[in-house]
Design a binder for this molecule. Sequence first.
Ligand SMILES: [Zn+2]
Length: 367
Amino acid sequence: MASEKSQEATSSSMPATGQLPHSFKNELRAQFFARDKREKPALDNLVPTSSNTNISSTIRLAPPEAFPAYVASSKRIICLTGAGLSASSGIQTFRDKNGKDRFWRDYQVSVLATAAFFKEDPVLSWLYHADRRREALNAEPNAGHEALKQLVERKGEGILVVNQNIDGLLERSGVREERIVRVHGSLFDMRCVDEGCGFVDRQNFAESIVEGLKNESGGNIGDVDTRLPDIAVADLPHCPKCNSLLRPGIVWFGEDLSASSLQKTNDFLEGELGNSAGNAEDTQSKRESASAGKDEKIDLMIIVGTSAMVWPAADFIHKARKNGAKIAVFDQVRPVGSDVLRDGDWFFQGDAAVTLPEMLTETVGEE
Ligand SMILES: [Zn+2]
């Protein structure tokens, strides 16, 4: 024990047998930093903004003017939407601008939105989620949602919208239900806590699910000084099938994403005609598409208001790219990942409620 300690104390100057010499480690680190430095300035120039579209850089983006025609000619489009789409509708994200957790009363949101918290205090968990539902219901879909809705109308089965937002705004804008995949669930879905039961109430936009969750005072119950409604566990929403508690149908922190929505997305990315009802006509068209082979490539991936750096977004991008997709990013900030944008892609900087209608509306109605 004593000898181990003395070895540890001297290890900074005397490497133990089998370890890399200290000087070699430093050299590796120096090489890494040198490479990092070389790449950083290049990253700053990767993406032209609207004010400097002609800078030469390692990535040559396509001209914005070419986008509407490309959309018009695209047969298969996957669209990935995130918080930036709903920002101008006034929907808050879980974190503030500095990446810090928001609070609701005395609770961190990342604690409230967990299965552990629901188990501990279902009443407070439901009051929090009912408050989020009210916030979302008081918001209106914006022009960005509307532009996507029109694109879905136009492309029919040739588009799939992978929605990471739980606020129901895309759904309320009128995007056809079968063209949306909700990877993070929805505030407007409820499901039985008993997974064996399997009851789900989908897209229930009722102002108040149960009497007790109404905010009678009208005050901001997210504020710790506002009195909370007096409600017991028995007053919470219960399963009509088995009478267990119902829980909000969102994917809480630490939970797995919905397997069926990942499957549907992957099927679309890999060329399956998802969601066919199995009737003769669908089977026929599926067979025709399958024999057409190459026609099943993805032409375009539209990424709206999400950093797309984390799984599964990064995985979707990779698969779309592999199947031939060009990428168009609509966001306030340009993607920092080295693999999101490549030659011939597009980046439209700004509020998606402005940029999406600008770039998509032109193609709506054309054939
Ligand atoms: Zn049940």
